[in-house]
Design a protein around this ligand. Structure first.
Ligand code: URA
Length: 225
């Protein structure tokens, strides 16, 4: 008698905090690996970032509200879905956030765009705002904050607070890579803000870089050092 086949080993899914979505689509993961490679050129890095940001934008906008309008197809009239409400707002955290904008705007060309600049005070180590220009009526829009690297989470949390102070209520955070420390900081400061990322890495190093990460995202996309 042939023994009954043993059951396959149980796969335990890695723990994902409820407010965190990891976009584990094969295209996203493949492109991210190429971006992590030290020897990937600036031009290729930039192109991959553009491509991957379209895929991440698809996920982060999943809950945009729809309404129905009456249209006439060549065959008949129908009630068809369209986006409801005000155009969404993309807020780029300078400077690396700008690398995500082009791809997202390809998908959502009518989005309004704002910019926030924050630096870290060398004494207090707290983020200080040096630039802010954001769209009006943030309270009536879905607001997507974009920054490729969620590292300590301090500037991200400060940016979200600034947007809340300006009236934003429906906020999402889009990044390429997240560190557990940054996710925890955001969770503590803004549990109402869902995070969408391509990967949750292991940790931060002593200099605040994500490990294994991809290095300095701004330097890699702009070719600086
Ligand atoms: N910012 C970066 O660009 N890279 C990191 O690893 C952390 C923060």
């Amino acid at each position: 008698m042939t023994p009954a086949p043993s059951s396959p080993p149980q796969q335990t899914a890695p723990f994902t905090p409820p407010h965190l979505t990891i976009v584990d689509h094969p295209l996203v993961q493949h492109k991210l690996t190429l971006m992590r490679e030290r020897d990937t050129s600036t031009a290729v890095f930039r192109q991959l970032l553009r491509e991957i940001s379209v895929l991440l934008a698809y996920e982060v906008t999943r809950e945009l509200e729809l309404t129905r309008i009456t249209i006439q197809t060549p065959i008949c009239e129908m009630q068809a879905p369209v986006l409801e409400g005000k155009k969404l707002a993309l807020i780029s955290i300078l400077r690396a956030g700008n690398g995500l904008l082009d791809g997202i705007l390809e998908l959502i060309p009518a989005a309004r765009v704002g910019f926030l600049g924050l630096y870290r005070d060398p004494e207090t180590l707290q983020p200080v705002q040096y630039y802010a220009k954001v769209p009006s009526e943030l309270d009536a829009r879905m607001v997507i904050v974009v920054d490729p690297m969620l590292a300590t989470g301090n500037s991200s949390a400060a940016a979200v607070q600034l947007l809340k102070d300006k009236g934003a209520r429906n906020i999402r955070f889009l990044c390429l890579l997240a560190a557990p420390e940054g996710v925890a900081r955001m969770r503590e400061a803004h549990p109402d803000v869902p995070i969408v990322t391509a990967a949750l890495d292991e940790r931060l190093d002593a200099h605040g870089y994500i490990v294994p990460g991809l290095g300095d995202a701004g330097d890699r996309m702009f070719g600086t050092r």
